[in-house]
Design a binder for this molecule. Structure first.
Ligand SMILES: Cc1cc2nc3c(=O)[nH]c(=O)nc-3n(C[C@H](O)[C@H](O)[C@H](O)COP(=O)(O)OP(=O)(O)OC[C@H]3O[C@@H](n4cnc5c(N)ncnc54)[C@H](O)[C@@H]3O)c2cc1C
Ligand code: SF4
Length: 511
C-alpha cells in the first residue's frame, strides 16, 4: 500500500476538462492528461483492500491495487508491466471505459472512489512517452495459422494474444481501416484515432498481418478460410441496427431519418480526411452526406450511441438537439447525487449503479426527455419536418394479452434530422450462414463463455457478435479469453495469462 493515509489526505481530483465553448469547435479529446504528481496523489488514495472489489468489477481482472501502489512509488515501468499483463489496450479503456471498477471500489461506499480510469490512462501514456511500449515478438513460432475476422477491440485483442503465443495471425477487416467501432463509431472527441494507429504499428512489428478491405464471406469465402487456417476467430461485432417501424419510417428513411452509425461513421471519416464517405461497414454510402448543421435534431435512444450523436450534432452547429428515451428517468441524478452518496435499491454497492448519467456531450447542450413514446415521423411526403411523440404514463394489458403503454400529452416536435440510436440487434447474418453456425435466440453466434467455441470445429467467436452489444472492456476481455481457448485447441495447453489467476505474474510481463 502506497500511502496509508492517502484516502484521508487527498480528494478525488481529475484534470479539468476543456471548456464547452472550446471543445464544441473541434473533435479533439476533451480530457487532458494529468501531471505526474496528480497521478501519484490519486493512486495514494487506494486503500489496498484485503478484498479488492475493484478487481472483481473489472471484466479484464485488472490488478488495480498493485498498479496504484507502483504509480504512487513512481515506478512507472512496473505499473505498466502490471497493467499490460491483463489489458492489451489500456489506452482505449483509460479513455472510454465507463469504469465498472470504480463503481465497485470499496472507497466508493461512502466517498468518491479511486480514480482508477485516470490512473490507467496516466500509466499507458507515460509508458508510451518513456518508450516502454515495445513490440513483444515471440521467440518461437508454432507454425499454426489463425485467421481473426473483424478488427474491433475483440479482434485486436485476440490477434495480439495469439501472436504472443507464437501463432501466425492474419486479422481481416472489411472496412478500409482497422479498429471496428473504435474507428468508425466512437467519435474522435472521445478517442482520437492516432491512439489506434500507434497500437497497430506495435502489433505489426510484433508480427500480426492486417488485411483491410477484405470482406470475409464476400471477397474470401468461409470455405477458403477453413481450408487455409488451423483456427478461425470471429469477432465481427453486433452491427445490425434496431429500426423504428412506426408510420412515416419508410417514407422518410434516407430523407431525414438515418441510423446513428451512418451519421457517426461519416463524421469520423471527415475528421480523418477521408473524402470517400462510406458507412461503418466500408460500403459506399448511398444517401449522401448527413449533416446536422442548422437542423432540429432529435436523437432517438438514450445510450452511448445517442450521446455521441448529441456531441456530433452540436459540433455540426445544429439549431436544436433533443434526445428522447422510452425508459423512465432513473431516480437519482449522478450529477446532483453521486452514486457514493445514494444508490438505487436495485443496484447496491458493488454493482454498477442505476443513475441518470450526464455525458460530456450532454454538458455541451441537449434537451433530454424520458418515458417517451415515438409515434410517427411527420413531413410533406418528401422531407421530414417533425416527430409525433407522447409521454408514457403507464401500461395496460390488451384483450389479446399484449402489454401496451398508456400515453398522454401527444405533440409534434420539430425534427428535420432523426438519428436512430435504439441499439443493435445482432451480428449481420451472411457470414454466419456461410459457415453454417448455430446462433442463440437473439441471433448472436452461439459459443459458451467457457470455451468460445462455435458449433463448427476450429471456429471460435468473441466480443459483441457472441455476447451482444456491450463495452470495449468486455470485447478486449473476450478477445483475450478466446485466444487462450484457441491456443489450447491448437497446442493442447496454453501459457497465455488466464483472467481468473488475478495475481501479477512477472512471466507475462513485457520484456
Ligand atoms: C457509437 C458507439 C459508441 C460507443 N461508445 C462506447 C464507449 O464509450 N465505451 C465503451 O466501452 N463501449 C462503447 N461502445 C461499444 C463498443 O464500441 C463495442 O462494444 C465494441 O467495439 C465491440 O467490439 P467488437 O470487437 O466485438 O466489435 P466491433 O468493434 O463492432 O468490430 C467488429 C468489426 O468486424 C468487422 N466485420 C464484420 N463482419 C466482417 C466480415 N464479414 N469480414 C471482415 N470484417 C468484418 C466490422 O467492419 C468491424 O470493424 C460504443 C458503441 C457505439 C456503436
Ligand atoms: S477497491 Fe478501491 S480502494 Fe480498494 S484496492 Fe481497489 S481501488 Fe484500492
Amino acid at each position: 500500500m502506497g500511502k496509508p493515509t492517502g484516502f484521508i489526505e487527498f480528494g478525488r481530483e481529475l484534470p479539468a476538462k476543456r471548456s464547452v465553448e472550446e471543445r464544441r469547435l473541434d473533435y479533439k479529446e476533451i480530457e487532458p492528461l494529468g501531471t505526474e504528481d496528480s497521478s501519484k496523489n490519486q493512486a495514494a488514495r487506494c486503500m489496498d483492500c484485503g478484498i479488492p472489489f475493484c478487481h472483481n468489477g473489472c471484466p479484464l481482472g485488472n490488478i488495480i491495487p498493485e498498479f496504484n501502489d507502483a504509480v504512487y512509488e513512481g515506478n512507472w515501468e512496473y505499473a505498466y508491466q502490471i497493467l499490460s499483463s491483463t489489458n492489451n489496450f489500456p489506452e482505449f479503456t483509460g479513455r472510454i471505459c465507463p469504469a465498472p471498477c470504480e463503481a465497485s471500489c470499496v472507497l466508493g461506499i461512502n466517498k468518491p472512489p479511486v480514480a482508477i480510469e485516470f490512473i490507467e490512462k496516466s500509466i499507458i501514456e507515460t509508458a508510451y512517452e518513456k518508450g516502454l511500449v515495445q513490440p513483444r515478438i515471440p521467440n518461437v513460432r508454432t507454425g499454426k495459422k489463425v485467421a481473426v475476422v473483424g478488427s474491433g477491440p475483440a479482434g485486436m485483442a485476440a490477434a495480439a494474444q495469439l501472436n504472443y503465443a507464437g501463432h501466425t495471425v492474419t486479422l481481416f477487416e472489411r472496412a478500409d481501416q482497422i479498429g471496428g467501432l473504435l474507428r468508425y463509431g466512437i467519435p474522435d472527441f472521445k478517442l482520437e484515432k492516432y491512439v489506434i494507429d500507434r497500437r497497430i504499428k506495435v502489433m505489426e512489428q510484433e508480427g500480426v498481418t492486417f488485411k483491410t478491405n477484405t470482406h470475409i464471406g464476400v471477397d474470401v469465402s468461409a470455405d477458403e478460410l477453413l481450408k487455409e487456417f488451423d483456427a478461425i476467430v470471429l469477432t465481427i461485432g453486433s452491427t445490425e441496427p434496431r429500426s423504428i417501424q412506426i408510420p412515416g419510417w419508410l417514407t422518410y428513411l434516407g430523407k431525414g431519418i438515418y441510423p446513428a452509425m451512418e451519421f457517426l461513421s461519416q463524421q469520423n471519416k471527415r475528421v480523418a480526411g477521408i473524402d470517400r464517405i462510406a458507412d461503418h461497414r466500408g460500403d459506399k454510402y448511398q444517401n449522401g452526406e448527413i449533416l446536422a448543421t442548422d437542423k432540429n435534431v432529435v436523437v432517438i435512444g438514450g445510450g452511448d450511441t445517442g450521446s455521441d450523436c448529441v456531441g456530433t450534432s452540436n459540433r455540426h452547429k445544429a439549431k436544436t438537439v433533443t434526445q428522447v428515451e422510452v425508459m423512465p428517468a432513473p431516480k437519482y441524478d449522478d450529477k446532483k447525487q453521486p452514486f457514493y452518496t445514494v444508490r438505487d435499491e436495485s443496484t447496491p454497492w458493488p454493482l454498477w449503479p442505476l443513475t441518470k448519467r450526464t455525458s460530456t456531450s450532454h454538458e455541451e447542450g441537449c434537451e433530454r426527455f424520458w418515458s417517451i413514446a415515438v409515434q410517427e415521423f411527420v413531413g410533406d411526403g418528401q422531407k421530414l419536418t417533425g416527430l409525433r411523440i407522447a409521454d408514457i404514463t403507464g401500461e395496460r394489458i390488451t384483450d389479446d394479452g399484449r402489454k401496451v403503454s398508456i400515453t398522454e400529452n401527444e405533440r409534434v416536435v420539430p425534427c428535420d434530422l432523426a438519428l436512430i440510436a435504439a441499439g443493435f440487434l445482432h451480428p449481420q447474418q451472411g457470414l454466419i450462414e456461410q459457415f453454417g453456425l448455430e446462433t442463440d435466440f437473439r441471433k448472436n453466434i452461439k459459443a459458451t463463455e467457457s470455451s468460445y467455441k462455435t458449433s463448427l470445429d476450429k471456429v471460435f467467436a468473441a466480443g459483441d457478435c457472441r455476447r451482444g452489444q456491450s463495452l470495449v472492456v468486455w470485447a478486449i476481455s473476450e478477445g483475450r479469453e478466446a485466444a487462450r481457448k484457441v491456443d489450447e485447441f491448437l497446442m493442447g495447453e496454453s501459457f497465455l495469462e488466464a483472467k481468473e489467476v488475478g495475481i501479477f505474474n512477472p512471466a507475462f510481463a513485457q520484456a
